[in-house]
Design a protein around this ligand. Structure first.
Ligand code: SAM
Length: 469
């Protein structure tokens, strides 16, 4: 299927909106829809969910044209502004299998993204093996349907799975195309239904190209959008898609929610939501996998959980974000189903953490005699306490606060406290950064030999650049 997705009026409008600038849009020849009339499409809506009384396209609606062209997986040079079908990593490369992660992914990506992927250093490397072997199982999670559970103690910072997706496709609805000139005359809800219908048709092309075992795994996934017109394919995409880190790849000239990608997995898509998730997940383009790490110790037979919404939002905002997943009353954690006083306390802690995201701590220029030299760190210590009491070790912000505290205590030459925070930092650092934390942050020898500690010693002796009064 070769389609000028980014050449649609809607895509143009969206690209311009996201940039605030005129962009270098594709030449007409890039599109097989050259003769299509310009159709005004409202792009700002969110799809409906739940039990809709009327679903499907309105009577008389004419399907858009779909064409399927074969794109060689090995070819890298495509028009950056056209979406192409490709299976990645290419077949001959990287066939290594980890616990479940070695499959090829059926991708619908722009030529720009395909090139970005191929130019990523290390691509395609094998998925990482889990050092302690498989540590999870898929099982019954009661009202939540299936879920993923630990089969043994998984230590904080341990790799749980490094999984390649079954499918990668654009998150936004621009991968569907509307030809019908009557489109603007349909009601808002009808327009949404048409969009879903066209996306479902486009997804059929993706599905038809998938390996049979991946087709089976995809169709076995849960679908919570059975009654809103999403269709068999889009229902599963909407239920199970996890965002691919847009910092690693996204369509050219895009910002915000536009131009980003979603991925669907055999195992990761079975993981249920918690407002206190016990994991950290991060996309890695070199292995073409999502890596899932334990954010804290996970005892045996414990449900492994992810976040589906912004965890620092209020419980009402979280409930709103979870509703499209069919999660009506979130009972995932004490932050949601404790007694009212506990929920209030939880909301206050999360709101404080959210406010603190934009604040930066600066050390004092001079230390005042009689005043504890770490007093300026109190806000960071309080933030860390809030995050730990809320069991939010899986947030990136937790790593940030630990970094601040570890470095500050190394500077202050307080080895005991530096070690305390540095050892916590080590457990979450690798999940976020992809590499082990330098021992200068978490071993006594490393701390004492570090330039930060030595500078701190000079300052304490009154010989450094920052004199203590
Ligand atoms: C990505 S799937 C997760 C796996 C799914 N439970 C299954 O059976 O395959 C998302 C769906 O799981 C269910 N779910 C996930 N987290 C939940 C939670 N905290 N409470 C209730 N249901 C949840 C919802 O039905 C949601 O639409």
């Amino acid at each position: 299927m070769k389609r000028g997705f980014l050449n649609t009026p809607r895509a143009k409008k969206q690209i311009e909106k996201s940039n605030g600038l005129e962009t270098n849009l594709p030449k007409k020849a890039d599109s097989i829809h050259e003769s299509s009339p310009a159709i005004k499409v409202d792009f700002s809506y969110k799809y409906s969910y739940g039990e809709l009384s009327e679903t499907g396209v309105p009577k008389g609606y004419k399907n858009s044209k779909l064409e399927n062209t074969n794109f060689p997986d090995e070819k890298k040079a495509y028009d950056p502004k056209i979406y192409i079908h490709t299976r990645l990593p290419p077949r001959q490369a990287s066939q290594g299998l980890s616990n479940s992660g070695g499959c090829q992914t059926e991708c619908l990506v722009s030529g720009f993204v395909k090139r970005t992927i191929h130019e990523t250093p290390g691509f395609p490397s094998d998925p990482l093996p889990c050092p302690g072997g498989i540590c999870y199982r898929i099982g019954d999670a009661g009202e939540k349907g299936l879920g993923v559970f630990s089969t043994r103690l998984i230590g904080a910072g341990e790799l749980i799975i490094d999984e390649r997706p079954l499918i990668i496709l654009p998150s936004s609805s621009i991968f569907a195309y509307i030809d019908d000139p009557n489109f603007p005359s349909y009601t808002h809800e009808q327009q949404k239904q048409i969009q879903l219908h066209e996306q479902n048709r486009a997804m059929q092309v993706v599905y038809d190209r998938m390996l049979p075992e991946n087709q089976k795994a995809f169709m076995e996934l849960y679908n919570c959008h059975k009654s809103d017109g999403s269709g068999e394919f889009m229902g599963r995409v909407r239920t199970n898609g996890l965002m691919v880190d847009p910092e690693q790849f996204r369509d050219a000239d895009t910002t915000g929610d536009f131009g980003i990608y979603s991925a669907i997995y055999k195992v990761l898509s079975r993981i249920n939501h918690s407002c206190c998730p016990n994991t950290i997940r991060k996309w890695h383009t070199d292995t073409f996998t999502h890596r899932l790490y334990a954010a804290r110790d996970i005892p045996p037979n414990t449900e492994i959980t992810l976040q589906y919404c912004n965890l620092l939002d209020s419980s009402a905002e979280r409930a709103q974000a979870l509703a499209p997943y069919g999660i009506s009353a979130c009972t995932c954690s004490p932050a949601c189903n404790g007694d009212p006083a506990q929920i209030k306390l939880s909301s206050e802690r999360r709101a404080r953490t959210k406010r603190a995201l934009s604040s930066i701590l600066f050390p004092p220029k001079h230390f005042t005699p009689g005043v504890s030299r770490d007093r300026w760190l109190l806000p960071a210590i309080e933030r860390l306490r809030d995050l730990e009491e809320e069991q939010l070790e899986g947030l990136r912000h937790y790593k940030g606060v630990l970094f601040t505290l570890t470095e500050a205590y190394i500077h202050l030459c307080d080895v005991e406290k530096a070690l305390m925070y540095g050892r916590k930092l080590k457990k979450v650092y690798k999940a976020w950064m992809g590499e082990e934390l330098d021992p200068m942050y978490w071993t006594e020898k490393g701390i004492r030999a570090s330039p930060m500690y030595r500078t701190g010693m000079l300052i304490a002796a009154g010989e450094g650049y920052m004199r203590i009064t």
